[in-house]
Design a protein around this ligand. Structure first.
Ligand code: IMP
Length: 204
């Protein structure tokens, strides 16, 4: 089975390869960079939807026509939701500030002085899987935890350095990739994808 991943985010791609590779070794994974240049440059997926599902569908529908007729396509949209900020940055997580460090600093500033147990937050992932006939199916994953008092750890990407799954515990930025992938919003959504593919008896 050939599966194309519709992301230009290197952190997400790395995690998806690790999660899939370990569980479904026969799935051949490809990404946008594997396409011939003319198709690579034709891939345009503007995240204009206001929901994770809407954006995940935009990504797979943009890539679907550019891959071979036998290939599946997987697209993921995700975000970080802070309860005290009424769910912000949420679906706008990638655009909340100029870069990862500024985005994390903006959240830490907004929560300054707030006690640990009031700093509840969660990561949410929506995965859209497009079959070779162009039919999409959606899968969701969520991981709850807390915003750390300060950014810690250089592993991962995005908001990993300010997210603690356990109050007072290490941030995702301090964990190895394998430790994070063991139980993350993304791995939860992808576990459902893999169960689905196995139930469809798709080879791999
Ligand atoms: P998008 O799905 O391309 O809109 O990007 C989602 C954004 O949410 C990323 O750019 C990160 O800022 C954030 N995000 C999603 N998943 C994670 C994660 O596993 N760790 C840290 N940040 C994440």
């Amino acid at each position: 089975m050939r599966l194309y991943i519709a992301t230009e985010n290197a952190g997400k791609l790395r995690e998806m390869r690790a999660i899939f590779g370990a569980a479904l070794p026969a799935v051949q994974l490809f990404c946008i960079a594997d396409l011939p240049e003319v198709k690579r440059t034709a891939y345009k997926a503007e995240e204009t939807a206001t929901t994770y599902a809407g954006n995940a569908l935009i990504k797979v529908k943009a890539l679907g026509p550019l891959v071979g007729a036998d290939a599946w396509v997987l697209g993921e949209d995700s975000g970080f939701e802070v309860e005290a900020l009424r769910g912000a940055p949420g679906v706008y997580s990638a655009r909340y500030a100029e870069n990862d460090a500024a985005r994390c600093a903006k959240i830490l500033r907004a929560l300054e002085g707030m006690p640990g147990k009031e700093r509840r937050a969660q990561f949410v992932a929506c995965v859209a899987l497009l079959d070779p006939g162009g039919n999409p199916t959606l899968f969701f994953g969520r991981k709850t935890g807390f915003v750390a008092p300060a950014a810690k750890g250089g592993n991962g990407f995005g908001y990993d350095s300010i997210f603690c799954p356990e109050l007072g515990g290490p941030t995702w930025g301090e964990l190895t990739g394998a430790e994070k992938n063991n139980d993350s919003h993304r791995s939860r959504a992808l576990q459902s994808v893999m169960t689905y593919l196995k139930s469809m008896e798709v080879p791999g």
